[in-house]
Design a protein around this ligand. Structure first.
Ligand code: NAD
Length: 501
């Protein structure tokens, strides 16, 4: 079978050089290599940054009205071609088509938010701050910015950042995951069609070499990163050491606390949807179910019933509910946790290795069915590590307080959810829990575009969350102007510090 070559997108066109290094891209449902992606060397990264540097003055000086018109055009294009983009995502990531459409929809929300840049970037104005003196604030773009994204949302995660970055007048170099690189190129072509000037949106593919170059490049002014915690910490520390503005979103271990008064059918549905959707490869996946006894047995039983009927198969098949894992290496790593959990004494209630896989030609795909471990405890690697696969751990606790203590002891703080019909308990939880995004009877509380997305503790390095008002703040810098127009009464020498009168 012939394979495709996926290359960089620099200054409005596909790169035409010959790469020194390449990586394989797979169809996770069949295990077949379907393409090779070029890995950028320092030279290609520098070319992309140069394109972004050159495009910056023109794009920065484009009127706010013009910039928002391009955003509107991009929104129309990506919306009308979302099915094609979803198919690209499915073919390299493996998630089911409806789920790929879901990530595109959530990305489009941010584009729509960024269309409001005239309103979002408005400053303040104080007339007569001092006699005859006005003070006002403006927000200006930073210049070329880098976005480095993970494999699990090849469209949505970059779209958390670039719509706002571009709307605000910055230029962008995106370094997507090398595991599913094609979505970024498709998006780049849509930008061109939408009328974005060449060089405003560039894509370089690759690995640590390209990331490191972006982190140290003197012309890159800011870095938005999303990925695993060790790399997020590294990117934050390295990028800031080069004087850059950095927001680095890391990994997660999201707990769902089920109180005894909860609707157990609703909670079981939610645990299955949030635990096994996208094969658990979501940073907001629920990976730990904290059952406040006496409901544990009944809840686990309800979850078991639901997952027995889950259809696991290729993402391109309309009836598949869960697809494969992204690569064979990742599947093997996730599967190794099944042995680790057993060795640590947890109860393997449902073994995903036995789940039937539907679909033709799937024998060599990267499969693991939904898995449940019960009686899990902190200290076991299945509890402590981010597994990032379809493995749900159930921890039994005796009280709300014990559950809260467990959640707050986690080094991660991305998302969490409480299931209860007690408004007072829910309110207490949102007040006490040390997590950045909280769901109340909502298992995957990804904030809408006009709030901001971000976790606490080891789930985010930096102080600015993604998109929403934080996004506008991250991609602009503030300037305060104090103005006075010629008035002879203000002449004269006065070395004192200016005060208001
Ligand atoms: P990853 O950390 O392996 O890779 C992320 C990016 O960093 C990729 O572009 C990759 O090429 C690059 N990279 C990898 N190793 C590097 C290194 N040594 N030096 C420099 N760059 C490197 O993450 P992944 O496996 O692609 O994605 C899954 C992870 O992302 C999970 O931990 C998940 O929780 C996390 N994630 C977090 C969020 C969030 O919002 N907090 C969202 C999505 C995914």
């Amino acid at each position: 079978m012939s394979t495709k070559n996926i290359t960089h997108w620099i200054a409005g066109q596909a790169w035409t050089g010959t790469a020194e290094r390449r990586g394989d891209v797979y169809d996770p449902a069949t295990g077949a290599v379907t393409g090779q992606v070029d890995f950028a060397s320092i030279r290609e990264v520098d070319q992309a940054v140069s394109a972004a540097v050159e495009a910056f003055p023109g794009w920065r000086s484009a009127s706010v009205a013009k910039r928002s018109q391009v955003l509107f055009a991009f929104r129309e294009l990506i919306n009308s071609r979302r099915d094609e983009l979803a198919s690209i995502i499915v073919s390299e990531h493996g998630k089911v088509h409806s789920d790929a459409l879901g990530e595109i929809a959530r990305g489009i929300e941010v584009v729509e938010y960024a269309c409001g840049i005239p309103q979002l970037s408005k400053g303040g104005f104080t007339e007569q701050a001092s006699t005859g003196v006005d003070v006002y604030s403006i927000r200006q773009p930073l210049g070329p910015v880098a976005i480095i994204s993970p494999f699990n949302f090849p469209a949505m995660v970059p779209m958390w950042f670039f719509p706002i970055a571009i709307a605000a007048g910055n230029t962008v170099v995106l370094k997507p995951s090398e595991k599913d690189p094609s979505a970024a190129n498709f998006i780049a072509e849509l930008w061109k069609e939408a009328g974005l000037p060449d060089g405003v949106f560039n894509v370089v593919h690759g690995d640590k070499v390209s990331v490191d170059r972006l982190l140290e490049h003197p012309d890159v002014k800011a870095v938005s990163f999303v990925g695993s915690t060790p790399i997020a910490r590294y990117v934050y520390e390295t990028g800031t050491s080069y004087g850059k503005r950095v927001q680095a979103l890391g990994g997660a271990k999201n707990h769902m606390l089920v109180l005894p008064d909860a609707d157990l059918d609703l909670a079981a549905d939610a645990a299955v949807n949030a635990g096994f959707g996208a094969a658990g490869e979501r940073c907001m996946a629920i990976s730990v179910l904290v059952a406040v006894d006496p409901v544990g047995d009944e809840l686990v039983e309800k979850i078991k019933e639901r997952i027995a009927g889950l259809k696991v198969g290729p993402g391109c098949n309309g009836d598949s509910e869960m697809g494969p894992l992204v690569t064979g290496v990742h599947r093997d790593k996730v599967t190794s946790y099944l042995d680790a959990g057993l060795a640590d004494g947890a109860t393997l209630t449902v073994d995903g290795r036995k789940h039937p896989i539907s679909g033709e030609g799937t024998a060599d795909g990267f499969w693991l069915g939904p898995t449940i471990f019960d009686n899990v405890k902190p200290g076991m690697s299945i509890y402590d590590d981010e597994i990032f696969g379809p493995v749900l751990s159930v921890v039994r606790v005796d009280s709300y307080d014990e559950g809260l203590e467990l959640i707050n002891s986690s080094p991660y703080g991305n998302g969490t959810a409480i299931f209860t019909n007690d408004g007072g308990a829910a309110r207490r939880f949102q007040y006490e829990v040390e997590v950045g995004m909280v769901g109340i009877n909502v298992p995957i509380p990804v904030p809408v575009a006009y709030y901001s997305f971000g976790g606490w503790k080891s789930s985010l390095f930096g102080d600015t969350h993604a998109y929403g008002e934080d996004g506008v703040k991250f991609f602009t810098r503030g300037k305060a102007v104090t103005q006075r127009w010629l008035d002879p009464s203000h002449g004269g020498i006065n070395l004192g510090f200016p005060t208001n009168s």
